[in-house]
Design a protein around this ligand. Structure first.
Ligand SMILES: [Zn+2]
Length: 365
């Protein structure tokens, strides 16, 4: 997750070295600053950011609409399996109509408007490889009738996105993903899945509110995946804790995006298999005398060269290098886990990997 066109605390070469294959950038943030024209002038996002791997743009629907229903902080608990509340910023209310959505820039208060067509024009010009339809994300607490109206409108917006994407033929290398909606309502999820599966999107994303617990999102994904075309890739938006990657793969998910690895690094947490919630707190006093690597057996640049004791010192001294080194380890942790998921799928051992992962984290939990 490189929300504003940058990984937080890490350059693209380090991410590549950690085995990250794809980044997702938020078109909404780049629209407000520096603007689509500035990116297009640089020849597109790949050149602008210095990232040679796969690049996706999310429309920003989540960020825009999360403000419509109150400050996003109100929803943090209910959204912890949604896209993370990275953009905890106050903006004026959003007004949605059939044609699009009006909102105010959180940077200068200026009036802005997104429609499915303008979102496609923006994302096409940003030049990423994978584009996402503009969608309204409904939070958990809104009435079911609201989620229904939004789901039906999202289907109509998906058709308009597809038409505009096709009209703006800008090279064969860009692909458009449709997004499944419907909150925690099986009937709405089915309606949305049938509609987007009927359009020739290159891939399918599962988005919108996925409920409040892990069991909630498991249920949504269990229901939706069999309704999506088998031959097209499936992406789960905003979910990416270590156990989520394995649970998602078990349910037929092919790709994930998540800001967690770099976010927890900023709080001094290194991902670790044998720790509660997979997090090793490098700021704890006991780290000061620990000369071991962040995680035994990790092949990342940080673990090869630096000790827990040094990282403890960096965080204690507020040295930015602590965040950078921990972020690289965390990205490598997720990339390695996904490598193991792929191997386990080939060997028919994915359930075994899941059980191993959960039992190791629980042992010390
Ligand atoms: Zn490491």
């Amino acid at each position: 997750m490189a929300t504003r066109g940058a990984l937080k605390g890490l350059d693209p070469d380090s991410a590549q070295r950690a085995g990250v294959g794809a980044l997702i950038v938020n078109a909404y943030h780049l629209h407000l600053q520096p603007g689509g024209d500035a990116v297009a002038r640089a020849g597109g996002l790949h050149g602008y950011m210095g990232w040679q791997g796969v690049l996706a743009t999310d429309s920003g629907g989540f960020q825009i609409f999360s403000f419509q229903h109150g400050h996003v902080a109100d929803e943090v608990k209910g959204r912890r399996h949604q896209r993370p509340p990275e953009d905890d910023l106050l903006v004026a209310a959003v007004k949605v109509d059939e044609d699009g959505a009006d909102f105010r820039s959180y940077l200068d208060g200026s009036r802005q408007r997104f429609t499915p067509e303008s979102s496609m024009q923006l994302q096409r010009s940003l030049g990423a490889d994978l584009l996402m339809c503009l969608d309204e994300c409904t939070p958990f607490h809104v009435p079911a009738a609201y989620t229904r109206a939004a789901t039906e409108r999202n289907v109509r917006w998906a058709r308009r996105c597809f038409d505009e994407f096709e009209r703006l033929e800008m090279g064969a290398t860009q692909s458009l993903y449709g997004i499944n909606h419907g909150g925690v309502y099986p009937e709405l999820r089915s309606l949305s899945a049938a509609a987007i599966s009927g359009l020739p999107f290159e891939g399918m994303a599962i988005g919108d509110c996925l409920g409040q617990t892990k069991q909630d999102w498991y249920q949504v994904v269990d229901q939706v995946v069999p309704l999506l075309p088998e031959e097209r890739p499936r992406h789960l938006l905003g979910v990416g804790e270590p156990d989520d990657l394995v649970e998602g793969a078990l349910r037929g998910i092919d790709s994930f995006d998540c800001a967690m690895p770099t976010r927890v690094a900023r709080h001094g947490h290194a991902l670790h298999r044998g720790q509660p919630r997979f997090r090793l707190d490098l700021t704890q006093a006991r780290m000061a005398g620990d000369d071991g690597p962040l995680e035994e057996g990790c092949d990342c640049h940080t673990c090869a060269r630096y000790s827990r004791a040094y990282l403890w010192h960096l965080f204690k001294a507020h040295e930015l290098l602590g965040i950078t080194l921990t972020a690289e380890h965390n990205l490598r942790f997720s990339a390695r886990l996904l490598e193991q998921v792929r191997e386990a799928i080939s060997a028919g051992r994915l359930r075994e990997l899941r059980n191993q992962l959960l039992s190791r984290s629980a042992e010390t939990g």
